[in-house]
Design a protein around this ligand. Structure first.
Ligand SMILES: Nc1ncnc2c1ncn2[C@@H]1O[C@H](COP(=O)(O)OP(=O)(O)OP(=O)(O)O)[C@@H](O)[C@H]1O
Ligand SMILES: [Mg+2]
Length: 406
């Protein structure tokens, strides 16, 4: 406990560096209230099957995934498919010839008024969209380009890891986004394994609706869909040498997912509905900057090994990174300690960190340092970051799909 106090006082010390503004505005941040709404099935929705323009996007670090834009995915997909449906990105993994390929698409959209002229222009430029209720829903990376032009933000079909109750057309957007990186299977009834979050411990929202709606949609493509817990997918892709025994953690955009697996069996799974978006929003609110700006600074190369702590934005990002890590570790300690299912392990087990939020240089050490403060009721052998944090979940899902389709 004394260690935890030390660690938290370190966070307080960093907070004080943000000249008095930090703590008060942090507490004033509150997420938008949620309305419950059933997504209608649009009668005349049409999805352009064209992949979108590459010029708006750049390859992210930590991923060899091909962006969907400009890259033609095969018209039909041969063999099983792994699919990671996340708050920020959707990633697919399937075999093309002998090698396993991954494709990535932004899970975002932007609406513009529908007109025949614009429709032709969008189609000519391979911009992915569908039409509903006199509006065009520009989906995927192209939505970013439009949002930038209008100096605003894209909208999300998934909020904090789960189908957004605020966006009634959310499932239509997911359909468009998924269809840009997954084709129909050559063999009807091929297996597709998609990631689902664990039950959040910090909210009472259920994942059941989210999972069933996605399952139904994937069935209509001609697949047999099965789901995999997101943390288990991390274990599947990274812990072959440990007999799939250990803890997989995905630090995503909307949430963090944890799975303790024993010989590939998920023993304990859960999530918290905080992730990279939380860091951006809270750090931005603390220094009077937009979350979008903070996200840009963060992704441009936040480096925990840097000794330079003069930049307020960097300090604010570090504070809320620490806040997220500590929140997650406390949740792990509490869930593991109160679980009757915790296995009596014969030896220490590893932890694998994955997801886009685990990308900054020095993240592993930051996590390890925080672990000295929050004692887990398990012996840990080592902590590693996944080889490719942005694609490891889709790859783990692929492995599961491959096994199940035999
Ligand atoms: N280089 C980077 N440094 C820090 N953060 C990054 C970097 N690249 C991406 N991110 C962050 O990673 C997050 C997205 O990660 P990821 O694609 O794993 O999430 P997701 O699977 O879509 O979301 P979730 O699993 O929460 O539903 C975003 O918050 C993004 O800002
Ligand atoms: Mg994810």
């Amino acid at each position: 406990m004394a260690d935890l106090d030390n660690y938290e006082s370190e966070i307080e010390r960093l907070k004080s560096l943000i000249s008095g503004e930090g703590t008060s505005s942090v507490t004033s941040f509150s997420p938008e209230p949620k309305k419950s709404q059933e997504p209608p099935t649009p009668s005349k929705a049409s999805v352009s099957t064209h992949a979108t323009d590459t010029s708006q996007s750049k390859q992210s670090e930590g991923s060899n995934a091909e962006q969907a834009e400009g890259k033609k995915i095969p018209n039909v997909t041969t063999g099983p498919v792994g699919l990671d449906i996340g708050t920020s990105h959707v990633v697919s993994a399937f075999k093309k010839g002998e090698s396993l390929k991954t494709f990535k698409q932004l899970n975002a959209f932007f609406t513009i008024p529908a007109s025949n002229f614009t429709k032709d222009i969008l189609a000519q430029n391979n911009i992915m969209f569908f039409e509903f209720d006199k509006k065009f829903y520009i989906s995927g990376y192209a939505a970013d380009g439009f949002a930038n032009m209008f100096n605003t933000n894209t909208r999300r079909s998934i909020d904090k890891g789960i189908l957004s109750p605020r966006e009634s057309e959310g499932i239509q957007v997911i359909k468009a986004v998924v269809s840009s990186i997954v084709s129909k299977p050559t063999k009807f009834g091929e297996t597709i394994c998609f990631s689902v979050p664990g039950q959040p411990v910090d909210s009472n929202i259920s994942i059941v609706y989210h999972e069933s709606v996605i399952k139904r949609f994937l069935s209509t493509l001609g697949y047999v869909p099965i789901s995999i817990n997101e943390g288990l997918a991390v274990v599947m892709s990274e812990l072959k040498n440990e007999n799939y025994t250990g803890i997989g953690i995905s630090f995503g955009g909307g949430m963090c997912n944890v799975c303790l697996a024993y010989y590939s069996v998920p023993v304990i799974t859960f999530s918290i509905q905080k992730g990279g978006d939380y860091i951006d929003a809270m750090a931005g609110a603390s220094i009077g900057e937009s979350a979008t700006k903070m996200k840009g600074i963060k992704e441009a190369g936040l480096d925990f090994t840097s000794k330079d702590v003069s930049d307020r934005a960097i300090i604010a990002l570090q504070i809320f990174y620490d806040d997220l890590i500590i929140t997650l570790l406390k949740a792990m300690r509490d869930v593991f300690s109160s679980s009757e299912r915790i296995p009596k392990l014969e030896r220490p087990i590893p932890i694998i960190l994955s997801g886009g939020t685990s990308l900054p240089n020095g993240f592993r050490d930051r996590f390890q340092k925080a672990m000295k403060s929050v004692k887990l009721p398990l012996e840990i052998s080592y902590i590693n970051v996944a080889e490719e944090p942005l694609t490891s979940i889709a790859k783990g899902a692929y492995l599961m799909a491959q096994t199940e389709s035999v």
